[in-house]
Design a protein around this ligand. Structure first.
Ligand code: FES
Ligand code: FES
Length: 266
């Protein structure tokens, strides 16, 4: 479904109060820019093609080649935020899948369909969406010629590795408190993203999060692991459920005593 169709669908389904809230604000409706596929999780586009996002408050919608785990075309919103400079988000609203837009001047992401709102950090600040947007680091190359968006991982961050181990209390990462919860993130000193899954009451699993297909970072999705770049699916034991990946995820030795998780990364 194209953005315009989504907007029309959303307007049709939008409640009066929600529409009033959304329409009272200045919402960018950027033209989507088609770009090449992510390479090792990085989406790159010449800055000259996206002048909108170079001005403070501006935004652009990128459509890299490839599909996400639901088979939707990849879609990434990038904005030049007031508080954090360049920033990217997964552009599909967690409520019903409309493409979100940047609220110029509000320093927020908004969904034109039913007026859900998200902070620059991706946290939902207004329903009906109840889940956050994934956020992506974005920057210009040192010569300013290329916009680079890293869609390889979620915003999760683990403590720095020490002695080849990443150690943290389960309470430090609320996403892991519920069964099926997961975090994909980085740890200083570890040259790859890590996926940690709460697979059972006393079971925590961890994997090198690099997809064996082309290296994008995989993410947990309840009882599966998904790759957002080209849709590979993995079972919780790391084996491939659906390609294009053909090799399993690389497991990381993990211990969990009910309070502390220790992931061996070297
Ligand atoms: S799709 Fe309903 S608020 Fe976004
Ligand atoms: S990088 Fe292609 S499916 Fe994961």
């Amino acid at each position: 479904m194209k953005r315009r169709d989504l907007l029309q669908t959303g307007v049709a389904a939008c409640g009066v109060s929600a529409c009033a809230a959304a329409c009272a604000r200045r919402i960018d409706d950027p033209v989507a820019i088609e770009v090449g596929p992510p390479v090792r999780g990085l989406v790159q586009v010449e800055a000259s093609r996206v002048p909108e996002v170079l001005r403070p408050g501006g935004s652009v919608l990128l459509h890299p080649e490839g599909a996400d785990f639901l088979g939707r075309p990849l879609s990434v919103l990038v904005a030049n935020t007031t508080s954090q400079g360049l920033r990217g988000w997964s552009a599909y609203c967690p409520h019903a899948g409309c493409e979100v837009a940047w609220e110029d001047g509000g320093d927020a992401v908004i969904c034109p369909c039913h007026a859900s709102r998200f902070s620059v950090d991706g946290a939902v600040t207004r329903s009906p969406a109840t889940a956050d947007l994934d956020t992506y680091p974005a920057k210009l190359s040192p010569d300013g010629a290329t916009l680079i968006v890293d869609i390889s991982g979620s915003g999760g961050v683990f403590p720095a590795a020490q002695g080849g181990k990443v150690t943290f209390a389960i309470g430090q990462l609320p996403q892991l408190s519920a069964l099926g919860g997961s975090v994909t993130g980085h740890s200083a000193g570890v040259p790859f993203p890590i996926l940690v899954l709460r697979a059972g009451p006393g079971q925590v699993l961890a994997y090198d999060a690099r997809c064996p297909h082309l290296g994008c970072a995989v993410q947990g999705a309840q009882k599966l692991v998904i790759c957002p770049c080209h849709g590979s699916l993995f079972k919780l034991d790391g084996s491939v459920k659906l390609g294009p990946a053909t090799r399993p995820l690389a497991p990381l030795k993990t211990t969990f005593d009910g309070a502390t998780v220790v992931v061996t990364v070297a």
